[in-house]
Design a protein around this ligand. Structure first.
Ligand code: GLY
Length: 327
């Protein structure tokens, strides 16, 4: 984390920072992060939330807002999101709305956060009716990437993030797919792989920041994945659900003639090689009902991201009735 404080100084006018993290990351990096920022002259407070999706709640959001107001954090000050997707989304949404917007610095500690959720300014909390239903676009003032932090990740969390990495290979980059297909050398190739993913995501966001077109391709596997996550009451983590969603939508696409059988089989087989469990223990009817409550659904239609081949996905607009039949 060396250099973080000086980098923050370049983007922040104020002198106070609140580092938000979770109980899993706290023992690993919180002290180091606070010290690094204090050494650069910042006053630093920390706020620790429970790990897991339940922290993306209205309750945690308001508690954190009140914490900031009591310090008090001013418009010139900032927040540091030290953690994975949950911490990043929650902290980002608080930063987007506290005093109508203060700066947020994302310090991703998981693969998933590093390649996806920390980039592009999507911030949100969940509502009982669905995931990410209250949110805002709020670009981070800085994203601090330190791949050495990924070394402390439990294998399960590392694997979860690899689902999003594999997603990039399918939707945008055949060469990345080749790199990922060399499964035994993934750790050695990680810097190159991460750089590829960051570059794909950054380019897509630059072209469609507000998610009206191309950015929706990043939802490959997410329509079914989000439904699985919710059906499991978030017992199945985001990346694991997305892996199931990608395999399922690839199979659907092959059945519909939208991609070749070989393409769908290749996607399933690489996910399995990484160790993803691709079984789906929910009835498609149940998942369909959850999909209908997806915030991205327009009246009567759904935009499904489908693979055409490895390295290229497209949006297929289908009616909800068609979706039901397909499922
Ligand atoms: N994670 C999807 C997006 O940033 O658009």
């Amino acid at each position: 984390m060396q250099g973080l404080g000086e980098a923050v100084k370049k983007v922040l006018g104020g002198d106070t920072l609140v580092v938000v993290t979770d109980e899993n990351v706290k023992p690993l990096y919180l002290d180091k992060c606070v010290k690094e920022l204090e050494d650069s002259g910042f006053k630093v407070c920390s706020y620790v939330v429970a790990p897991g999706e339940e922290s993306k709640s209205g309750e945690t959001y308001l508690k954190l807002m009140n914490f900031l107001a009591e310090i008090p954090i001013t418009r010139a000050d900032g927040l540091v999101a030290l953690g994975g997707g949950v911490v990043g989304d929650l902290t980002g949404f608080v930063a987007a709305t506290y005093l109508r917007g203060i700066k947020v610095i994302q310090v991703p500690t998981t693969v998933l956060a590093l390649v996806d959720s920390s980039i592009g300014g999507k911030t949100a909390i969940n509502l009982p009716a669905g995931k990410n239903l209250a949110g805002a676009f709020h670009q981070p003032a800085l994203i601090w990437r330190d791949l050495s932090m990924l070394e402390s990740l439990p294998p399960e969390i590392f694997l979860e993030g690899m689902a999003e990495v594999i997603k990039y290979g399918v939707l945008a980059d055949e060469e990345l797919w080749e790199l990922l297909s060399d499964v035994s050398n993934v750790k050695a190739n990680l810097p190159e792989i991460m750089e590829c993913c960051v570059s794909i995501k950054t380019q897509i966001v630059a072209e469609d920041e507000f998610d009206n077109g191309k950015r929706q391709l990043l939802n490959f596997g997410h329509t079914i994945g989000h439904a699985i996550e919710r059906a499991s009451n978030f017992a199945i983590g985001h990346g694991f659900a997305v892996a199931k969603g990608m395999a399922e939508v690839a199979d659907i696409s092959a059945r519909q003639g939208w991609c070749s059988k070989e393409c769908a089989a290749e996607i399933r087989s690489l996910l399995e090689e990484y160790g993803f469990d691709l079984s789906i223990d929910y009835k498609m009817e149940e998942l369909y009902k959850i999909m209908l409550s997806d915030k991205k659904r327009k009246a009567g239609v759904i935009d499904l991201v489908v693979p055409e081949r490895i390295g290229k996905c497209v949006l297929k607009r289908i009616s909800t009735e068609e979706l039901r039949e397909i499922l």
